[in-house]
Design a protein around this ligand. Structure first.
Ligand code: UDX
Length: 431
């Protein structure tokens, strides 16, 4: 199949490389010339495991190319996938201007029978607007009417395991009411050996928002229970084991921490909340989930400060800067909120991350180190923020140098007793 993917951000590049690996001819298109130039040289502008190798391989096999030319990319495509960004607009709803701009550009080169599938996260109703934009753009250029098809094709891939998630998805949702379109897209996704479900476009779009909103709510729920445990002597880890054994609930995906971050959950929860308000269903759980998550870091940092008698003049080692392991993405990463709070409160901060680079808005009293050992030197407080394997496997006896040293386990990844045996004063979440 000849496939064009518009938007070479995280989702676009991963999807392009994976479809090429299935034997299709794939073109990645972006209006950003610099990005395309580096992708042509197999240079990926972000860190994602396995991606660079896959990209190189597919380019060498001549199944994958990158261009800035709509004419070149769209004129022969049987399937055009739109994977451009949908940042949040000031009112919190998804800003669809990149989606619409790409539709107006592709409209001029569409050939008949092409399927245009929207992978970007967009609210229900967007396909009608997309159709309007494409038709208007063709009319303005006095191009003839042609038969093309629209579909919703939401993505569910996680950063840090995006290649594997694309190759082995839990499900593929195909939003179309046209059986021919469904069959073509079904065939494309069959090698993934995952359930492929046909549904209305609006259902596929809602399912994407709802899945992320549900997971974010689940994490927020666990965090709330952790806060209760903090006050009453229960241990959240024991409590989660106790409730997770209920088959209706399950033990997965709700480890407590400083709240959810990343490029999707915070944005999708806010967007679904704003969308709900816009359609007259504003009184809902999503507003609260977002608010609780946004207040979580300041709240916990106040609690920690109380325990260790303030941050003033303390040397604090912050380990893990990206929003989660195996990515260098700093979007909504706890470090970007924790470090400014620490600096503001008069601490000296030394940080470490195997991949991400972070500099706070005011960087006096801040330094990033290449090794955990040097970042932890002279630390009064060590905060293990992100569960990078390098951090979990580090031998913290090497950096236990002061009489009083605190260890804040922001993801409950360590055994409190072991750290206490080394002499640390341990603080976890809800335990
Ligand atoms: C998420 C979804 O998982 C994916 O399906 C979607 O399409 C894109 O958004 P991603 O943002 O890459 O993927 O990360 P994910 O691993 O889901 O974690 C999101 C956030 O929740 C992170 O900040 C993570 O640390 C946090 N989290 C996750 C918890 O706090 N507890 C958990 O148990 C799991």
């Amino acid at each position: 199949m000849k496939i064009t993917i518009i938007g070479t951000g995280f989702v676009g590049v991963v999807t392009a490389a994976v479809y090429a690996s299935l034997g299709h001819q794939v073109t990645g298109l972006d209006i950003d010339k610099k990005k395309i130039k580096s992708l042509q040289k197999s240079q990926v502008p972000f860190y994602e495991p396995q991606l660079t190798n896959l990209l190189k391989q597919q380019q060498q096999q001549k199944r994958l190319k990158f261009t800035t030319s709509y004419a070149q990319a769209v004129k022969n495509a049987e399937l055009v996938i739109i994977a451009v960004g949908t940042p949040s607009a000031p009112d919190g709803q998804a800003d669809l201007s990149y989606v619409f701009a790409s539709c107006e550009s592709l409209a001029l080169y569409l050939k008949k029978q092409t399927i245009v599938a929207i992978k970007s996260t967009v609210p229900p109703g967007t396909l009608d607007q997309v159709k309007q934009k494409i038709n208007q753009a063709r009319q303005q250029q006095k191009l003839s009417k042609i038969k093309y098809y629209l579909a919703a094709l939401p993505e569910f891939l996680r950063e840090g395991s995006a290649v594997q998630d694309t190759l082995k998805p839990d499900r593929v949702l195909i939003g179309t009411e046209n059986s021919q379109v469904f069959q073509k897209l079904q065939k494309l996704h069959q090698p993934f050996k995952a359930p492929i479900v046909q549904m209305k476009p609006a259902s596929a779009q809602m399912a994407k928002y709802a899945a992320n909103a549900y997971l974010a709510t689940r994490i927020t729920f666990a965090n709330q229970i952790a806060d209760l445990c903090q006050k009453n002597g229960a241990d959240i880890e024991e409590v989660l084991t106790g409730i997770g054994l209920d088959k209706r609930i399950g033990p997965h995906y709700w480890y407590p921490g400083l709240g959810y971050g990343g490029s999707c959950f915070p944005k999708d929860v806010k967007e679904l909340a704003a969308y709900s308000r816009a359609i007259g269903e504003g009184d809902n759980i999503l507003n609260k989930v977002n608010q609780i998550n946004e207040n979580r870091i300041p709240k916990l940092m106040r609690q920690f400060a109380k325990k260790l008698a303030g941050w003033q003049n303390k040397v604090v080692a912050v380990l893990g800067l990206s929003f989660k392991p195996h990515t260098d993405d700093l979007r909504e990463a706890p470090a970007t909120k924790v470090i400014p709070i620490l600096l503001q409160a008069g601490a000296k901060v030394n940080s470490y991350d195997p991949m991400a680079q972070y500099s706070p808005p005011t960087s006096t009293n801040y330094q990033q180190f290449k090794k955990i050992k040097t970042a932890c030197q002279d630390a009064d407080v060590i905060i293990a923020l992100i569960e990078w394997p390098e951090i979990l496997s580090f031998d913290f006896s090497q950096v236990k140098t002061k009489k009083h040293q605190w260890f804040i386990d922001a993801r409950n990844q360590f055994k409190p007793k072991q750290l206490e045996k080394l002499g640390y004063d341990y603080l976890g979440i809800g335990r």
